[in-house]
Design a protein around this ligand. Structure first.
Ligand code: FE2
Ligand code: FE2
Length: 355
């Protein structure tokens, strides 16, 4: 059976095609599993969920009669999705090399960073990709890629220059490479870690610093950010217990991206929370942990993407998100019919589902 796969637009999908991997919605929940044979109902479902592109197996495309030759839609999103998929495989190889004692191939990560930073107009695609591309296995590989994209996006939102955006992207990409040196039994342990296992796990920041500084071309601030991405503003982080401004700017950006990605990933399959729940948790639980300026830049821009979304309220009514409350991103102003409800004021009503 052919294992070649193509990413095609949902509009080009035809009944009989077979998915080449699981398809996730923007909150990380599975819509279709790998090897699902598409029918009209499934294609409609993808469209309704706002999915634009999916990977399908080549042989299943060829078996569909009447297929247009120009099915491989090439617009910005297509190019990015294909490249993203390739980059994930490259990262996997990089981490595998590291875990087997090889030195980091700097050319490979340079190429990925260049690919990401060289696409300034695609922030929206990147945010979508972070939310949509999710696999529970191979978690660290995707996590590194996601944190790189998120860090880059935050740096752009904060109006940093290209050099700084590049440093943030690189630090995000490499922040957890030290995990390659942690015993796999600890990384994959399903239950709670013992105290000593947790202490070993925490050493991944130092291992990461040691790995990247083997290459003397690494930017010093990027290496320091990898060492300090688990420091907290109040000094309760590790490994150095640095506070506030003593933590470098890149590490403070990576920390926000890291926590967001970890929170959304951990929620896959467990809860049916809206992304607003994650924004609320970040906003309310990060005092003393995250840099408030970075967090605010992140939340205000991320939540902006959800204006216009259709949601279901706890009253059972359907509403549209029309305005964000900066003091509480989880409680926007919504419109029901021709009525406006400020959820920050009307606390008895909340958003229970995205439609
Ligand atoms: Fe980490
Ligand atoms: Fe991480």
């Amino acid at each position: 059976m052919s294992s070649r796969r193509f990413v095609i637009s949902v509009d080009s999908c035809r009944p009989g095609m077979r998915t080449a991997e699981a398809i996730f919605n923007q909150y990380g929940a599975v819509i279709l599993f790998e090897n699902t044979i598409l029918d009209e109902h499934a294609i409609d479902h993808l469209r309704n969920m706002g999915i634009q592109y999916i990977p399908v197996y080549e042989e299943s495309m060829l078996s569909v009669s009447g297929m247009d030759k120009d099915w491989a839609i090439t617009d910005d999103g297509f190019g990015f999705n294909v490249k993203y998929e390739q980059d994930v495989h490259t990262i996997k190889k990089t981490l595998t090399d590291i875990s087997s004692g090889k030195r980091l191939n700097r050319e490979i990560t340079d190429q990925i960073v260049h690919t990401m930073v060289g696409r300034p107009q695609q922030n929206r695609h990147m945010v979508d990709a972070v939310m949509q591309v999710r696999r529970i296995d191979e978690y660290t590989y995707y996590h590194c890629m996601n944190v790189a994209m998120l860090s880059m996006t935050i740096a752009r939102w904060m109006n940093f220059d290209d050099a700084m955006v590049r440093r943030c992207t690189e630090a995000g990409l490499l922040h957890d490479v030290g995990k390659a040196r942690i015993p796999v039994e600890i990384i994959n342990k399903p239950g709670k870690l013992t105290d000593s296992e947790f202490e070993e796990m925490k050493r991944h920041s130092e291992y990461g610093y040691m790995i990247v500084t083997q290459d003397r071309r690494i930017d010093h601030n990027v290496a320091v950010a990898i060492l300090t991405h688990h420091e907290k503003m109040d000094g309760s982080g590790y490994p150095l217990g640095l506070t506030g401004d003593k933590i470098n700017q890149i590490a403070r950006i990576v920390a926000v991206a890291d926590i967001f990605d970890a929170m959304t990933a951990n929620r896959v399959y467990k809860y049916k929370d809206t992304p607003f729940k994650v924004f609320e948790l970040m906003q309310h639980n990060s005092f003393g942990v995250l840099d408030p300026l970075v967090l605010n830049a992140f939340l205000s821009n991320m939540t902006h993407y959800y204006i216009g979304s259709k949601v279901r309220l706890s009253t059972g009514e359907t509403a549209e998100v029309v305005f964000m409350n900066r003091l509480d991103f989880s409680r926007p102003v919504v419109m029901v019919g021709d009525r406006f409800i400020d959820l920050a004021v009307t606390k008895s009503v909340s958003i229970v589902e995205f439609l």
